[in-house]
Design a protein around this ligand. Structure first.
Ligand code: ATP
Length: 663
């Protein structure tokens, strides 16, 4: 690494920018000093006296040579030179600094007005002959430095405010350009190898991604191995995956493992309210990177600048600045030659939003897809995050893994931390299994709100609603296995049925239909028992409607719509107002969705009518215990018939079917 590199703190350039600021403040102070110092020294050595003192002690001595009225404000009194040795005036003839002879003025009287002063002087000298009367002259004295200062002060104030506003606007949103003179500079952080303590060992699972990434690091370290055979080093690698799957972590690990400089910047740091700044920052980033080649540039959340040009302009307002930033990025990625040793690594969870030009080979040649971790990957992630936690001996990681299908790495990290916090709150010496279970519940559904006031009638409705979900999902074999049912309020929900989805990749039409029934089970139970329905099914209805639309419009499960899908994997319809189907088709879709939901609702009702006894018993258990588990339900409804493999799958996280209260 470059010995004269000043980035000991792990950041490139922060010192110069701070120093820059300091020197600007010094300049302000110097300017003020230059302006104020002359006025400081221009003061006279005249002694301030009042009119009475002058009239009583000085005037009768006939010692006054002349009086000069300055700016109609001050009367400066000069004493005749022959009185210099006179003990009464001796001290005013000596200057305060350096003991030099004070040539005058020797006294100063602050006057109200020149006329009044002259009148009083005239009065005091009325018996003196005209030839001996004191000579009075008037002068205007200008304080140049003060005049200049009063001109400059507003300008300086404006300049300081302008600076301040620009500084704020650049630092908001993580912009590292805290100096306006660095405005067009990129705020990328330069991470030196020894500064990043994340290694590939901290990244659990993601084996394929790690292999690809390791290869790229190897390209940079030993380019000859590849170029010798005519291979070209890739220019860009893009990591795509849902939030929390470890994209940033992987990038940090590269910074820790690669023996090359690593520039890290977030896409949003390019975006500024001033046109042209983003493009200039991209240019600057690549210039800096080229100086340090071989090196890696990591752009996190690249969708902030890489979004398709023209897309969404109608809805979000045309964004010329973002487009020019993207154009600059495209140009820069074309600009450096393939073997120049700068590799751009980017991360996003919205690859569908990215501009096609950015993703083409020659720019981001490699796309690495990270997915939500599977069972064994979750186990590995748990092991990484359990490392620093003091747990009881027999913590069964596999059990925790089974409770967390569909969880991302970030969720798992959060659960481990929450569990430790919960155990600490209870003053435990070790984190126990129950703490992990509580942490999972908390992460999934929010904090328990036992103190929420719920009337007994409402509690009964909630219990029957949840019992409705429990019974339908227990009896319909394609629905996710039920884990527990609770009527303790949590987060926004008043009660919830918790499922444990199995990890399968396909989901049948039957599974969809049964899931729809289980979702509507709560409302159906309310209607059967109370003859009325409540607003608590909002969450269920929202999910059911969305699911029914996907069944009809995306998966081709509807007979009338047929094997047609209006799904758009490019994400373009997200932002367009126009639907991909005609109005007539839209009407059919709406009609079929309504039919689907209403037939599922009727099926659910008849299923629950047939099992009304079970429903009442489970609701009773819930009212009694508040939380019931699989085993309790088994005692009432008998053993559950398991679904045949492949019938039901979900990559969705366990989201409890929540009964929502009015917020
Ligand atoms: P986003 O797209 O929202 O930025 P991301 O994919 O960049 O998310 P990270 O910031 O890398 O997610 O991950 C967040 C946290 O989750 C990490 O700091 C780490 O603690 C944990 N984590 C995620 N994946 C893994 C993994 N494979 N191994 C260990 N920890 C992980």
């Amino acid at each position: 690494m470059n010995g004269e590199n000043k980035n000991q703190a792990g950041k490139d350039q922060p010192q110069p920018s701070r120093r820059g600021w300091r020197s600007w403040w010094m300049l302000y102070l110097l300017m003020l000093g230059i302006l104020l110092i002359p006025s400081f020294f221009s003061g006279t050595d005249a002694r301030e006296i009042s009119w009475q003192q002058f009239e009583e002690n000085i005037l009768p001595k006939n010692a006054v040579e002349k009086i000069v009225i300055v700016n109609n404000e001050t009367a400066e009194v000069y004493i005749k030179k022959e009185f210099a040795k006179d003990p009464r005036f001796k001290d005013v003839f000596t200057k305060s600094v350096g003991n030099a002879v004070n040539q005058g003025p020797h006294y100063a009287i602050t006057i109200g007005s020149a006329e009044a002063f002259e009148r009083k002087l005239e009065e005091a000298q009325k018996n003196i002959p005209l030839s001996q009367k004191i000579d009075v002259t008037y002068i205007k004295r200008k304080n140049w430095s003060w005049d200049i200062f009063s001109w400059l002060l507003p300008l300086i104030v404006l300049f300081v405010i302008w600076n301040f506003v620009l500084r704020r606007s650049t630092s908001i949103g993580g912009g590292a350009n805290s100096n306006i003179f660095n405005f067009g500079k990129s705020g990328a952080t330069l991470v030196e190898k020894e500064k990043s303590n994340v290694t590939f060992d901290d990244v659990a699972g993601l084996e394929e991604a790690k292999t690809e990434i390791k290869e790229i690091v190897d390209f940079l370290k030993n380019p000859d191995t590849y170029t010798r055979l005519g291979a070209k080093i890739p220019k860009g690698v893009i990591l795509v995956g849902p939030p929390g799957t470890g994209k940033t972590l992987l990038a940090k690990a590269i910074a820790g493992e690669a023996q090359v400089p690593f520039f890290s910047i977030s896409g949003s740091e390019f975006v500024e309210m001033f046109v042209g700044v983003g493009a200039s920052r991209v240019r600057d980033l690549f210039d800096r990177a080229k100086e340090k080649a071989p090196c890696i540039i990591f752009i996190d959340e690249i969708d902030a600048i890489g979004r398709s040009r023209g897309k969404g302009a109608f809805l979000s307002g045309a964004n010329d600045e973002r487009e020019s930033t993207l154009n600059q990025l495209l140009t820069e990625m074309d600009g450096f030659s393939t073997n120049s040793g700068v590799i751009v690594l980017a991360a996003t969870n919205r690859a569908d939003m990215l501009d096609a030009a950015l993703l083409r080979p020659g720019r981001f040649d490699r796309h690495i897809y990270l997915e939500l971790p599977n069972q064994s990957e979750r186990e590995a992630i748990f092991k990484v995050h359990l490392r620093p936690i003091k747990t009881e001996q027999d913590i069964d990681v596999r059990f925790l893994v089974a409770q967390t299908p569909g969880f991302s790495g970030a969720d798992i990290a959060n659960i481990c931390n929450e569990a430790a916090l919960m155990a600490a709150r209870k003053k435990k010496s070790k984190v126990e299994r129950q703490d992990f279970l509580d942490a999972i519940d908390r992460v999934v559904a929010g904090l328990e709100k036992k103190s929420k006031i719920i009337s007994p009638e409402e509690k009964k409705i909630i219990a029957y609603h949840e019992a409705g979900h429990a019974v339908t999902s227990w009896l319909l074999t394609s629905v996710d296995p039920l884990a527990k049912v609770s009527i303790i309020p949590r987060g926004k929900s008043l009660g919830a049925a918790w499922y444990l989805p199995e990890e399968k990749q396909l989901r049948s039409k039957k599974a969809f239909a049964e899931h729809l029934c289980a979702t509507l089970g709560g409302r159906a139970a309310e209607e059967i028992i109370f003859g009325d329905v409540s607003s608590g099914a909002l969450d269920d209805l929202e999910k059911a409607t969305k699911e029914a639309y996907t069944m009809v419009a995306y998966y081709g499960f509807d007979e009338l719509i047929g094997n047609t899908s209006f799904y758009d994997s490019t994400g373009q319809h997200d932002t367009s107002i126009q639907k991909p189907y005609s109005e007539a088709t839209g009407r059919i879709i709406d009609e079929q969705v309504r039919k689907l939901i209403s037939s599922a609702y009727n099926d659910t009702k008849s299923l629950l009518e047939k099992n009304k006894n079970g429903l009442i018993q489970i609701a009773g258990l819930l009212l009694q215990k508040e939380v019931i588990y699989k085993e309790d339900i088994e005692k009432v409804l008998g053993k559950r018939t398991e679904a045949k493999t492949g019938e039901w799958a979900s990559s969705a996280k366990i989201i409890p079917a929540a009964f929502l209260g009015n917020e």
